[in-house]
Design a protein around this ligand. Sequence first.
Ligand code: MRU
Length: 313
Amino acid sequence: MKTMYWKDNHLFILDQTKLPHEIVYYQCKNYQDVIHTIKTLMVRGAPAIGVAAAFAMALAELAGDDLEKAAQEIKSARPTAVNLFWAVDRILEAKSAGISARDEALKMFEEDIQTNRRMGEYGARVIDDGDTVLTHCNAGALACVDYGTALGVFRAAVEQGKTIQVICDETRPVCQGARLSVFEMQQEGIPVKLIVDSAAGRLMQEGKIDKVVIGADRVARGGVANKIGSLMVALAAKRFDVPFYVAAPKSTFDSEISIYDVDIEERDPEEVLYFGECRVAPEDTQVENPAFDIVPSDLITGIITEEGIIEPF
Ligand code: MRU
């Protein structure tokens, strides 16, 4: 199963809002369709958003659209994952060098898988045989083209013959952990358990978690931005001496800026007011729904990249 594929000059995106119940691909015929899939979380996860954005530029090129205008619109789809901006700028640079957007997007598609495999090899070095590892949100194949970043580290550890137990936080409000990470691990046959977000501290206190590995939407000076709830996990990990790793490709790095200057997306209150189709709060409930946390560098043990494991900066 692929997160997306390019066929007959159209982009087909696996609609992740329907997972794990239905496997349906949404056909994007123009760049506006791709923007729709990014905004509605049909495609989500920093690297996947980046590659989808590159293909959006390819669709704009094929339609003869104004590429600068398309670039601005695509970049405004979501604010936090830097991969979106990185991908669109890379396509514009390729175009200036005479390379077609479609060829560059296809190259980025292939690169993503290789990058994740290299990251997995480095990351697996910190995973010991018998470890129980916790992850938050979905930094898996579904958040990329394939293989994943944090879940790629777990996949690589298993490929090296290690036995691990994966614990997934549910990841309210959209439940990427419950719906996507558990699904991915089950598909791989990797032992996995689901917990509610608020149980992570309890499990660490009981000594039931050996390591935490999460992904990132942006790595900058002073820390990383990742799914809401990541900060609480990192604080608990620090308190109970559990090593806390972030797995992120260089395309997620924005090293010149402070992490506190990153635009944190605020999403629709409906995500909080409802659990799936079921309303859980009274009428007239006021809501704050920040989609991302900032995890400061002092809570991070190491950042796993495709070039090795580095110190947070
Ligand atoms: O809102 P989402 O589902 O796009 O958020 C995704 C995350 O926070 C992931 O952990 C992050 O993008 C890393 S994906 C390899």
